[in-house]
Design a protein around this ligand. Structure first.
Ligand code: ADE
Length: 424
């Protein structure tokens, strides 16, 4: 294994590199689809000469994406998409063992985070892989003159897609953006089973509480909320769902959950998890009526879902009681416990989604980058779905790796599904 430290970087501690490599190798065992894509990329170098910026959670899984992009020939630079999610050993290994520029330090302050975004844009990217749309939004707001360099972008998460739609409606999305989040092989698995498992993992690692018998309130019943509620029930919790969308509220009800407004749920929950993508979902009026010792956390992309400023104003004391666990003692005498500073609890207190689902998410990212290059100058500005053939190909490769075979249609069945004349 060659080692190098001469690429530019801002990581915490290069001496962690070997530990990072060991953990990256471990994750690779569960990422067969991305590994096959990497092998092909190494042969075909579809991203040769492409300057690429990836703004992602710097985890063992992202390491495999970055390595695949480099194998494809990209001049790749990686920055953190969240100040609290970076795995410092992984960042070090990418620099030392793979010669990839990484700008990410766990616990970096907001100023450093934004400085890293600027460094990423100084790379003059042809492609941006974004997770939350901070890099793309900064490019559009501050560096219009660089848009000529841009082939397109890809977006990993629901929150980023919402922002891109808003940009499109404002007439400023003047380049193609690939919607990775909405690929079937992404959100059905990553958002649902990835968030479901890793959110509970974060809560358990932070607190070691027993979930069985607890009342867990899940705010939001999108794919992340569905997975979180499902897994919380699986652990024996009584789950309440809050929603603003009538169809999703019916869905949650028929999935067997109690649905009610947060105003009612607030006094009933032992643990609250926000996964809505919106701000101040839990605020002063809710904190006021919570049980003593109630725990609150967030698994939505940004740290805006809990109104922590109001909670701080209501508190006479805030103290850290465990890693990633702070107790706010309220002036009323009760306490509210906040996990992971209100940032993504699954990445702050645990390791994010397991590798097996990120395998498909990042296969989508890798193929989306290749697709952008192949269709350079052809794609219209705006949001583009991942082509169904790519989505299906990822599913087929995953099934193959899992040793699961499909049925195939008989010729008679093919004829039947393609005809409309045969009825009753
Ligand atoms: N988002 C959620 N989980 C993740 C992971 N393990 N790696 C990168 N991004 C993620």
């Amino acid at each position: 294994m060659t080692t190098t430290t001469h690429v530019k970087h801002d990581v915490k501690d290069l001496s962690l590199a070997d530990q990072g490599k060991q953990r990256i190798d471990w994750a690779g065992r569960e990422m067969p689809v991305l590994s096959q894509i990497q092998d092909r990329f190494a042969q075909e170098t579809p991203l040769a000469g492409i300057r690429l910026v990836a703004c992602c959670h710097v985890t063992t899984e992202t390491a495999h994406l970055a390595i695949a992009l480099k194998a494809a020939g990209a001049d790749a630079l990686l920055i953190a998409s969240n100040p609290l999610s970076t795995q410092d050993d992984v960042a070090a290994s990418l620099v030392v063992h793979h010669g990839i520029s990484v700008y990410a330090q766990r616990g970096e302050d907001n100023a450093t985070y934004h400085r890293h975004v600027q460094i990423a844009l100084d790379h003059k990217p042809n492609i941006i892989i974004d997770d939350g749309s901070d890099v793309v939004a900064t490019l559009v707001q501050e560096r219009q003159h660089q848009l000529a360099d841009l082939i397109g972008t890809t977006e990993e998460t629901t929150t980023g897609i919402v922002r891109l739609r808003a940009m499109f409606n404002d007439g400023v999305l003047t380049f193609p953006a690939m919607n990775v989040n909405d690929a079937d092989t992404k959100h059905f698995f990553d958002n649902r089973y990835g968030t479901g498992q890793s959110t509970l993992d974060g809560i358990i690692r932070a607190t070691n509480v027993l979930l069985a018998g607890k009342t867990i309130v899940v705010a939001g019943y999108g794919w992340c909320g569905k997975g979180t509620a499902l897994r919380a029930r699986g652990m024996g919790a009584n789950v309440i769902v809050t929603e603003i969308d009538p169809v999703r509220a019916i869905e949650a009800t028929m999935d067997g959950f109690r649905v009610m407004p947060m105003a009612l749920a607030a006094s009933q929950g032992d643990i609250f998890i926000t996964v809505t993508g919106n701000k101040h979902v839990i605020r002063a009026e809710h904190f006021e009526v919570m049980k003593d010792g109630a725990m609150v956390c967030n698994s939505g992309h940004f740290d805006i879902e809990l109104d922590l400023k109001s909670l701080r104003d209501m508190a006479s004391e805030v103290k850290q009681v465990r890693n990633f666990t702070e107790e706010y003692r309220l002036k009323t005498g009760k306490s509210v416990v906040v996990l992971g500073e209100g940032r993504l609890v699954n990445l702050a207190a645990a390791e994010g989604h397991p590798s097996a689902v990120m395998d498909m998410s990042f296969a989508n990212q890798a193929l989306a980058c290749e697709y952008l290059v192949k269709n350079r100058g052809v794609l219209e500005p705006g949001l583009h779905s991942i082509p169904t053939e790519l989505d299906q190909e990822i599913a087929r490769l995953k099934l193959q790796a899992m040793g699961i075979a499909l049925d195939t249609l008989t010729p008679e069945q093919v004829e039947y599904v393609n005809s409309w004349t045969m009825g009753t």
